[in-house]
Write a protein that binds this ligand. Structure first.
Ligand SMILES: Cc1ncc(COP(=O)(O)O)c(C=O)c1O
Ligand SMILES: [Zn+2]
Length: 560
């Protein structure tokens, strides 16, 4: 079979056939190479082929470094959903946020793509034993695929990896080696082990199949975005290029394999003439281990390693990104974007927001990207009209104790049955303590359905309230007179009777004059309008500028 791709040395440009055994360029001994394909011919032939194939990673097989892929150990990798985050978008004032839900891979992280392609490559080169170092998720994914493909795997895990993840690796039958040191040191130990035993090692951004696998995230996003944005009402699966691209791609970053591969994917579709631009890339690191962010902020092309990472988020603990950072730095000059860091606290808060507002339970390494998005929106780096895709890379794990605090569950104590009691009486008595009989009553007044949905969700998830909704000012006045809520959450800009009109009507009626009002508005208020509200309302919150817990705290304090 003719080679569909060739390895190209990043130092001297020499092209040579790829083999997992070739660790360096045969001409200059350079360690870094990348796969190249016949882009002009693929740009012409790929769209028609795509329209015939299922939505999984292998639909892009002509752009992957595998010659004859064997479906017998596939597990449905790739083809993950792109989900609109309506509540989060509403809360942040950026309605076009989409989540690339990589939790839905076979072992629930985006590393499944890397393992699927990596193991396929090892298999087609007849390799039956391999080594890797990991902060957890790579080892889990590789272990699952190794089990299916008949490859013996050695996983060197830094002792910072949570015990649950380590055990999961072991359950798959992988040989686990715990290294009581940083991840960077674990990688060195693993490399020496592989060298001594003559075994192939997964080397992240220096392993061609790993980078190539990550490209498929970009390919899928482009296809999904083209459908979301251009295809809304049109059934035709194949639109003529150029296809659509989001404005931003957000990703949590440790070694940088994710953004490097995804960026290559966006570039290749552009090179093939299927798109005409690439998104800006936002790389988010944990503040306690953010060598790339430090370098980026000082406009440095080379990152200074962080020797002792200080973060709870062990998954992201690559202290020395090496040349990967330099490649990202150079390529992002053209693509645009930035590196930013977030604290563990911001990350834990993002986990909680994502779970409560969007129903997404994620591990800290994934939440780092969302915390970065929140920070970037707050800093004005993102425009409200921008389209954003966030890679939601990892599954949940025991972080609940970090985010829930005390009192997160109510308990029902079933008393020992007395002779006189029926079973129903016993249950009723036990339930009496669960919650109050009457809840504070809150009316949400907003003409935008998504805004009502967000406000309702904030209240539901953080307290016991009876919630009413009114979709315009006139309905709001009627509702207030009839239900006499304890508090009204009031939008200002509404058709017919606006928020000011509602406020006037409530104050004019002695029955409703006492009702507390929190104004939540997208309106930039003039000084005259502020004067009109003075003394009439209990709080003023700007839409897109408050987080769910801030509004919940305000409401809780008022209706206590
Ligand atoms: C869930 C999750 N997010 C992000 C990363 C960062 O990966 P990268 O090495 O691609 O920067 C990892 C790495 O293991 C991960 O497991
Ligand atoms: Zn070379």
């Amino acid at each position: 079979m003719p080679p569909q791709f060739i390895a190209e040395c990043l130092d001297c440009g020499n092209q040579f056939p790829y083999s997992p055994h070739t660790l360096a360029c045969p001409k200059c001994d350079g360690q870094w190479s990348e796969a190249r394909y016949d882009y002009p011919s693929l740009g012409w032939s790929l769209p028609a082929r795509l329209s015939q194939r299922p939505f999984d990673l292998w639909r892009y097989r002509e752009l992957l470094p595998i010659h004859d892929f064997n479906t017998s150990y596939c597990m449905g990798e790739g083809g993950t959903p792109l989900v609109h985050a309506a509540n989060l978008g509403m809360m942040l004032g950026c309605p076009h946020i989409y989540i690339k839900d990589e939790r839905q891979g076979p072992t629930s992280s985006f590393k499944d793509r890397q393992a699927a392609v990596g193991i396929a490559s090892l298999k087609e080169h007849g390799i039956t034993e391999a080594v890797l170092a990991s902060t957890g998720n790579v080892a889990i994914s590789y272990s699952a695929y190794s089990a299916r493909a008949g490859i013996k795997l050695w996983a060197f895990l830094t002792s910072l990896v949570p015990a649950e993840k380590m055990r999961e690796v072991a359950v798959y039958g992988t040989q686990v080696v715990k290294v009581t040191a940083s991840y960077d040191q674990a990688k060195k130990v693993a490399a020496e082990f592989a060298r001594q035993r003559g075994l192939c090692m997964e080397r992240g951004t220096r392993t061609i199949p790993s980078v190539e696998a990550m490209k498929t995230i970009a390919f899928e996003i482009i296809e999904q975005f083209t459908a979301v944005i251009d295809l809304e009402q049109r059934p035709a699966p194949l639109l003529p290029p150029p296809w659509s691209v989001p404005d931003w791609y957000f990703q949590s970053v440790s070694g940088g394999l994710g953004p490097l591969g995804v960026l290559k994917g966006f570039c290749e579709f552009k090179q093939m003439g299927l798109t005409n631009r690439i998104p800006a890339i936002a790389c988010i690191q944990a503040e306690g281990c953010a060598p790339m962010v430090h370098a980026w902020k000082q406009h440095l092309e080379v990152a200074e390693p962080v020797h002792s990472p200080r973060t709870h988020i062990a998954t992201l603990a690559t202290g020395d990104p090496g040349r990967t950072y330099t490649l990202l730095y150079q390529r992002m000059q053209e693509a645009g974007g930035f590196f930013e860091s977030v604290t563990d606290e911001e990350t834990f808060r993002a986990i909680h927001i994502l779970a409560k507002m969007e129903g997404f339970s994620v591990e800290p390494a994934a939440a780092v990207a969302f915390a970065g998005l929140i920070k970037a929106v707050r800093a004005g780096l993102i425009q409200p009209t921008d389209t954003i895709v966030v890679n939601c890379t990892g599954h949940t794990m025991p972080v609940e104790k970090m985010i829930l605090g005390e009192g997160w569950a109510r308990s029902v104590d079933m008393p020992a049955k007395t002779l006189a009691e029926t079973p129903e009486e016993g249950i009723l008595a036990a339930l009496r303590g669960v919650t109050a009989e009457r809840f504070p009553r809150i009316a949400i007044v907003d003409d935008i359905p998504e805004a009502r949905r967000l406000l309702r969700r904030i209240l539901q998830s953080q307290g016991d309230y009876t919630i009413y909704e009114a979709t315009n000012g006139r309905e709001a006045i009627e509702l207030a007179k009839k239900e006499l809520p304890d508090l009204v959450i009031l939008d200002l800009m509404m058709p017919e009777v606006d928020g000011f009109g509602v406020l006037d009507a409530l104050k004019a009626d002695p029955n409703t004059a006492h009702i507390q009002v929190v104004v939540v508005t997208a309106k930039e208020l003039t000084s005259q309008e502020k004067e009109r509200l003075r003394g009439q309302i209990h709080a003023l919150m700007q839409k897109g500028e408050f987080m769910s817990d801030e509004l919940a705290d305000e409401v809780r304090a008022l209706v206590k």
